[in-house]
Write a protein that binds this ligand. Structure first.
Ligand code: ZN
Length: 656
């Protein structure tokens, strides 16, 4: 990391006597303690993966620094200083939630600190936290634009009448700002053991508890995320008041007490949450709300919440999900469309929504251990999520379309990557999310360990007091061979569950929205200490029970080949079209490789070859073949399209 700007901020603040260094304390908080299945968090997983490690490093070494530079340029830090009265001026920026970019950068930097301790970075984070503290009001209130001038929002769509706190809650984003503050502060506390950021969050949360609830201001957040944030504060402090407020904010949706007007389907406020069974409205709001509902289902063992999230999930995955895992089809309202309404050229698929979907699916998995949630996570990770970041780490997709005509534009730029956005939620969400990916690989329950993603890594997992070490070596997703070495420190049997991905079980996604055109059951192979063993796949997993007291070497071979995918006929947009995949990776066809892209027609019997090319786009699998009308066709992984200029692109090609 370059830290150039970090250092200049630190110098300025040190000179002003601003920086307060915070002491560390030991912390062993488990943020998901109430779930039956627990993730093996990033403190215990080191990755050395040839696919993900360069992406994580790109975020650590380029994107964080770049985003801090942009935030500085756009006055995100100044707003805290202006709010605190140590700098003069009006609010800067364009959005009422600009503060959250700073929180999300800190959260991502903290996740990266856990895997790669860095004292300088910690000191620099202390300086950012000091800046944030400057903008907090004495009673804990923290939304800088409102403190600077409550009558003058940075965006004209925040309607102000009296110019005071908590006005226009549907759009003021005061709860959203608080939610990201809590999420980031929780991770900072876990990463550093310091309370400086956590104390800011708790002071703000205490104000929320004092202000909102039965007999106080009775309302719900306009943009959800405070719910999961409050629950993290509850898990750290064990103070029930934070959990109760989170539950109140969820229970209160669709319940218009005291004449509160509804925020409508846009903000999932049209019905009580436990009666909702279709994913509607703003997709990011929806993901964060469902994640909060899943927390409530886990903590309270609440069956009504549990049933509602299952129905919502089935609706999303069976009827409203793109092949890339993208969700939220419509630009209008950044929202889900009707069932099966999945346009390609105008697909919105906000990067933040894909990230939110992974957060939600991860919680669903922790609740009941079903493989289907990881099938969604994997498809999203390798396709419609990581597409949000360019190969240089300094350009971004906000919408992730499945087709480009090289012209189409919307306010956040659909047909090419952008260097930044007035609404910069997506770049900073990438920063927040990517360094935490190692925490998605392994999970455990009782004497059982799940290996859900194939990512080169080493994990030390405490299983009832025995340490199980698992190492993975693999070129996944470029080929399907995974070498594993497993060893336990004790003698008690431990069951290791290896996930067989949906694509290797002949299932594109759970449900029947997409299917492979061939019905081939491709053989999965497993070698134990070099001997092939018979296998049986149960509910998507291979189960191996051993005492592992001597090191065991496994070789799992997941059979990858180029496969054609067809969408359900109900998806009008994809009728008469085919897409191509290899393992978990969806291909895109760009004009730069396919000059006659509009003429390509492919047949069911076309022959496709896939080869690794280390020189193109940082090293990718390239798909090649002949179309039915004899044009040579070249595909690249969808996630890395638009790294070679503007041009046409398709995921779905017409069938001959
Ligand atoms: Zn976003």
């Amino acid at each position: 990391m370059k830290f150039v700007l970090f250092f200049s901020i630190t110098v300025v603040l040190s000179a002003a006597g601003f920086i307060q260094h915070s002491e560390s304390e030991n912390t062993s908080v488990d943020l998901y303690a109430d779930y039956p299945i627990n993730p093996v968090d990033i403190r215990h997983v080191k990755i050395n993966d040839q696919f993900w490690l360069p992406i994580i490093k790109r975020v650590q070494e380029n994107t964080i620094d770049y985003a801090i530079h942009k935030c500085s340029e756009e006055g995100r830090f100044d707003n805290f200083l202006i709010a605190g009265g140590v700098m003069d001026g009006e609010v800067k920026g364009h959005m009422p939630f600009d503060d959250t970019d700073v929180y999300k950068i800190i959260e991502g930097a903290c996740n990266s600190l856990i895997s790669a301790p860095n004292e300088k970075l910690e000191i620099l984070l202390d300086s950012l936290i000091t800046i944030i503290a400057t903008g907090q009001e004495a009673d804990g209130y923290l939304t800088t634009w409102r403190t600077i001038n409550p009558a003058k929002p940075p965006a004209d769509w925040v309607k102000v009448v009296e110019g005071k706190r908590w006005e226009s809650l549907a759009m003021s984003h005061e709860f959203y700002n608080a939610g990201h503050l809590y999420e980031a502060a929780a991770v900072h506390f876990l990463a550093t053991g310091k309370r400086n950021f956590l104390d800011i969050a708790l002071k703000n949360a205490d104000l929320m508890v004092k202000t909102f609830g039965p007999g106080k201001i009775e309302t719900v957040p306009g943009h959800q995320i405070i719910e999961t944030g409050l629950i993290k504060l509850y898990r750290i402090t064990h103070q029930e008041k934070y959990l109760q407020l989170a539950r109140y904010f969820l229970d209160g949706r669709g319940d218009y007490v005291a004449g509160r007007s509804s925020f409508g389907t846009y903000a999932q406020d049209h019905l009580p949450v436990i009666e909702q069974d279709e994913v509607v409205g703003h997709a990011v709001r929806a993901m964060y709300m469902y994640a909060g509902m899943t927390d409530i289902a886990a903590i309270y063992r609440d069956e009504k919440y549990h049933q509602a999230i299952e129905k919502l999930w089935e609706n999303m995955v069976y009827k409203k999900m793109y092949l890339t895992g993208g969700i939220g089809a419509l630009h209008q309202g950044e929202a889900f469309g009707e069932n099966y309404d999945l346009p390609n050229l105008t697909a919105y698929n906000e990067t933040c929504a894909a990230i939110g979907s992974v957060y939600w699916n991860h919680r669903l998995f922790m609740l009941d251990g079903q493989v289907k949630y990881y099938d969604v996570i994997e498809r999203t990770l390798y396709n419609g999520l990581i597409s949000g970041l360019s190969l240089d780490g300094e350009k971004f997709f906000y919408p992730n379309a499945l087709e480009s005509d090289g012209l189409y534009k919307f306010n956040q730029g659909a047909c090419t990557r952008q260097s930044w956005f007035d609404c910069s939620c997506c770049p900073t969400n990438i920063i927040r999310f990517v360094p935490a990916i190692p925490g998605l690989i392994y999970s455990k329950i009782a004497d059982m360990v799940y290996v859900n993603l194939y990512i080169g890594s080493h994990a030390e997992i405490d299983v009832n007091g025995q340490m199980l070490s698992i190492s993975q070596e693999t070129n996944y997703p470029w080929d399907g061979k995974i070498k594993m070495s497993i060893k336990s420190s004790g003698q008690q049997p431990i069951t290791v569950k290896l996930r067989i991905p949906g694509w290797a079980r002949n299932e594109v996604l759970p449900g029947d929205l997409y299917h492979y055109t061939d019905e081939e059951e491709l053989p999965v192979e497993l070698l134990i200490n070099d001997h092939e063993v018979p296998i049986s796949i149960k509910e998507g997993y291979l189960m191996l029970t051993e005492n592992w007291s001597k090191p065991v070497n496994l070789m799992l071979n997941l059979p990858m080949q180029a496969r054609l995918v067809e969408a359900s006929q109900k998806v009008v947009e994809d009728r008469g079209k085919l897409a191509l995949e290899y393992g978990p990776v969806v291909f895109a066809f760009e004009e730069v490789d396919n000059p006659s892209i509009d003429d390509i027609r492919i047949g069911l019997s076309s022959h496709w070859s896939v080869e690794k090319n280390n020189d193109l786009l940082d090293g990718i699998n390239i798909l090649q073949g002949l179309s039915a009308n004899n044009l040579s066709v070249t595909g690249i992984p969808y996630y890395c399209w638009s790294n070679r200029g503007i041009g046409k692109m398709k995921v779905w090609l017409p069938k001959s």
